[in-house]
Design a protein. Structure first.
Length: 363
């Protein structure tokens, strides 16, 4: 049936063009109905496997791709990696293998997937409408950031030796704050690998679905000298520890009456479409830690963290952003840089070195 109001909106607004890749005909149809019901997006093609998808993407040059993991021939993760190295498009993973805590989910995020959505939640009774909103919201955000995506940088060989900064003594007043989104799991790993066992406390907000941050923290803890954990509520901060914001809560820092710092978690409304939000973390750092704070904003879509980083710099904190060429998505760092919030840019490892040198105890 014709929808004049929707058609008028379509004529005014630029369409986000989507290619759907899934080996299930019924799932392709379901996603097509969800997407085509929106006034600002349209499915321009669909494919049952990676081989067909590759040719379709080459021909149609879509703005966003939705991608299944389990497909005949090349699976979705292998295809995502190849696609990110050759044709850096925003990719939303929708699969039965992205269930809570799945290694496939973490791998997809490492490869630069915009987000992961479990198919089961799309077909649960009563959940279809809510998930349609989630899918289309992610596509809308990805489409608006399509030009910010970069080719996946080559993998870097990391030394297993102890951090060269282990001999430094650090100012115990310093705290490091890090924000990241799309592509951030790998960037955070590169950042944390540089940190020595006696480094100042590190608080990290990474945009990640609820349920995955515990596994992400465990993976980092297994490969780094520092200890890494998912942050709890009202935890005292300790040197040599990294605290990851849970996927369901805003993470902030709070200065206690005795001068020590602790974490705070809250389930307040989304900020910049996110909970946890980097801006929420950075604003608390500006207010509670002031000039003793050090801030790093890594790869990610959108602008989350930019205003908070500017607030931190205005309070005397030292601030840095990831360089364009090393980002998966040069969105959040670009927004902060353009606001004048960033003092300098660098790769994740270079930024870790800058933060550590700035946190060292002065003679």
């Amino acid at each position: 049936m014709a929808n004049p109001e929707r058609d008028e909106k379509m004529n005014r607004a630029p369409l986000t063009r989507v290619v759907v890749v899934d080996d299930s005909p019924s799932m392709r149809l379901l996603l097509e109905k969800m997407i085509n019901a929106e006034h600002d997006m349209r499915v321009v093609g669909s494919a049952p496997d990676s081989l067909a998808a590759r040719e379709l993407i080459r021909q149609l040059q879509p703005d966003v791709v939705t991608l299944d993991i389990e497909m005949p021939g090349m699976d979705g993760l292998d295809f995502l990696e190849r696609l990110r190295r050759l044709n850096p498009l925003p990719v939303l993973m929708i699969s039965s293998r992205t269930e809570e805590g799945s290694e496939h989910t973490l791998r997809a995020l490492e490869l630069g997937a915009v987000d992961v959505i479990c198919k089961q939640s799309l077909t649960d009774k009563g959940g279809l409408s809510a998930m349609a909103k989630k899918v289309t919201a992610k596509i809308r955000l990805a489409g608006s950031s399509a030009g910010q995506f970069k080719r996946l940088p080559p993998l870097q060989v990391v030394s297993t030796d102890a951090s060269p900064f282990g001999s430094l003594q650090f100012d115990r007043r310093k705290i490091i704050f890090v924000g990241a989104s799309t592509g951030g799991t790998e960037a955070i790993k590169q950042f944390v690998e540089v940190l020595p066992a006696n480094c100042p406390p590190v608080l990290i907000t990474q945009h990640m679905p609820e349920g995955f941050t515990t596994r992400f923290a465990k993976r980092l803890d297994d490969c780094c000298v520092v200890r890494v954990k998912e942050a709890g509520h009202q935890e005292l901060l300790h040197d040599g520890w990294v605290y990851i914001a849970p996927g369901h809560s805003h993470l902030t820092v709070h200065r206690r009456g005795d001068g020590r710092y602790e974490t705070r978690l809250s389930d307040g409304p989304e900020v910049n479409r996110h909970r946890p939000s980097v801006d929420v973390l950075f604003h608390s750092a500006a207010d509670e830690v002031g000039p003793e704070a050090l801030a790093v904003l890594l790869t990610g879509m959108g602008k989350d963290g930019a205003v908070g980083m500017l607030r931190m710099r205005e309070q005397g904190a030292m601030t840095w952003t990831q360089s364009p060429e090393s980002c998966v998505v040069y969105g959040m760092p670009k927004a902060a840089f353009e606001l004048g919030a960033s003092m300098a840019v660098g790769t994740p490892r270079e930024l870790a070195e800058k933060a550590l040198m700035s946190a060292r105890q002065k003679a």
